[in-house]
Design a protein around this ligand. Sequence first.
Ligand code: ZN
Ligand code: ZN
Length: 346
Amino acid sequence: MVTAAAYAVTSAEGPFEKTTIDRRELGPLDVLIEIAFAGICHSDIHTARNEWGGTRYPVVPGHEIAGVVSAVGSEVTKYQVGDRVGVGCFVDSCGECDACRADEEQYCFDRVTGTYNATGRDGERTQGGYSTHIVVTERFVLSIPDGLELDVAAPLLCAGITLYSPLAHWGAGPGKKVAVIGMGGLGHVGVKIAHAMGAEVTVLSQSLGKKDDGLKFGADHYYATSDPDTFRQLRGKFDLIVNTVSVNLDIDAYLSMLAINGTLVELGLPEKPIEVRAFSLAANRRSLAGSMVGGIAQTQEMLNFCAEHDIGAEIEVISAGEIDDAYDRVVASDVRYRFVIDTATI
Ligand SMILES: [Zn+2]
Ligand SMILES: [Zn+2]
């Protein structure tokens, strides 16, 4: 057993406090990781504050984990001590269902195990990356290529794959016009990845406040959605729109910007059902779709792609004592563009 230091909340009101947690004894296929950085994802906040319900306290959030292997089980073949590795949103799945066999573990029919606030297949509760160490079965450990610094790599494990997977699935690339709704933690990585894939990239943001950044990250165009003229100008333009915003937008208005056979992919998870007029889909044979992170193989592909194209998240590194303030700033959209906890400060 490894006793790890961690930051946990014991109630929806917080605050985060330093504690210790026990990581399981290393099994034959387990990897012990000394965590270096953990990104702060909006899901962490929803969970810590019990905004989705079902949070079991104390909880240690964090599913954007980057670190170094410090021990391996007797049957581990993929990793050695000293390897640079990452862990994303999931730490286990059944491994046998159609989804798992298709390398889509995130859609495991028999329940994929979340990195925190979940029950592992051993019956123990999982605790996440706001911690000094974690034990994960090697099948769910990713290799972080040498070209990627661990701090900017951490947010790729959730934000990066959440964008990479739909962009790859719906064929973002040369000749394709792709729009990204929202320029936050998810959206800014989406702009970088879609640009590197060769697509013509447009940002649809509420205001032009982050326009300079958007163009620097690779966007070709940048429009404010607060300007009604934007929707007129861009009617029927895009092959693919990815929505990273977790609020209920006027989906019909965004669908009107899709070209024939275009697809709008929902990545945000607004609380209320999405309302859409059937006519908005019938016109131009449009599709409305969803997507949830990506499988392990594709996550590795994404990390390799990001290393090759020199893509990391734009980050602000904080100490563990600053988590509560960082949460408030994420909720206020006051971060450019992802907070990353330096776990050496735990
Ligand atoms: Zn996340
Ligand atoms: Zn499965």
